[in-house]
Design a binder for this molecule. Structure first.
Ligand SMILES: [Zn+2]
Length: 244
């Protein structure tokens, strides 16, 4: 799919979220960044941090500690690790534990977002995640009694219901015709983007989203709401932890 291109790199993780190893050819290589023709390393975005992993070539291992988005996607090697020369065929592996934790966490945040909108009518104003912990900000003027416990129970009910999480790419007009997409309009999709990737937790939450997600809500595990903070002028910050 041409829409999965970033610079010269085909982004494999957008259409296969479970892919953890792949082969690629090195197109550019400096200690600051390595460009390959295809990659399953999530480069970061939408609150989800970049993947880590390794490139293996000619008996050498190059650890990848991040990804930088420029005209191309630059895989960032660990300091002092040798980098593969241009033209090298590398075997690459995405660090599975970190990525799988981030997928569970990201999907957990979407469940939270869906629940808080459905039950309290709140919109999301921001968010961020680390593997197994996350925060999300909402416009909620008053915190009702028992809010923290009620939100946690509702999230876990949606997880137990094992709702399917579908990813699909739609033409821009079709995507923005979905009423739910409007409420996440804070993640503005630039006008030049003609196709929009949609993450749909069936029956709960539909968002324009470029992140990686688990296939159904049961795979998230359990959501714990650890804290509700007041951020002034009606904004609340919910902190969550993901557990098995
Ligand atoms: Zn998201």
């Amino acid at each position: 799919m041409t829409s999965d291109l970033h610079g010269r790199t085909q982004r494999l993780e957008l259409s296969d979220q479970n892919l953890r190893d792949f082969e690629a050819v090195v197109l550019d290589s400096t200690p600051e960044g390595i460009v390959v023709n295809r990659s399953a390393f999530y480069p970061g975005g939408g609150g989800q941090p970049a993947d880590h992993g390794v490139l293996l070539w000619q008996g050498v291992e190059t650890r990848i500690v991040g990804v930088r988005k420029g005209d191309d996607l630059y895989l960032i090697p660990a300091e002092d690790d040798p980098v593969p020369p241009v033209g090298t065929v590398v075997r690459a592996a995405v660090a599975d534990e970190r990525r799988s934790a981030l997928m569970r966490t990201h999907s957990g945040l979407h469940v939270l977002c869906g629940v808080v909108f459905r039950d309290y009518g709140c919109l999301v104003t921001g968010g961020n995640m680390e593997p197994m912990t996350a925060r999300m900000d909402f416009n909620l003027p008053e915190v009702p009694a028992g809010f923290k416990e009620a939100v946690e129970a509702a999230c876990n009910a949606e997880i137990v219901a094992d709702r399917r999480i579908d990813v699909r790419v739609l033409p821009r007009e079709e995507a923005f015709a979905i009423p739910d997409i409007i409420r996440t309009a804070t993640n503005l999709v630039p006008p030049e983007v003609q196709e929009v990737r949609i993450v749909d937790i069936n029956g709960l939450d539909t968002q324009a989203d470029g992140g990686t997600h688990v296939a159904s809500t049961k795979q998230i595990g359990r959501v714990k709401v650890t804290k509700v903070e007041s951020k002034g002028r009606g904004f609340r910050r919910l902190r969550i932890a993901i557990a098995d």
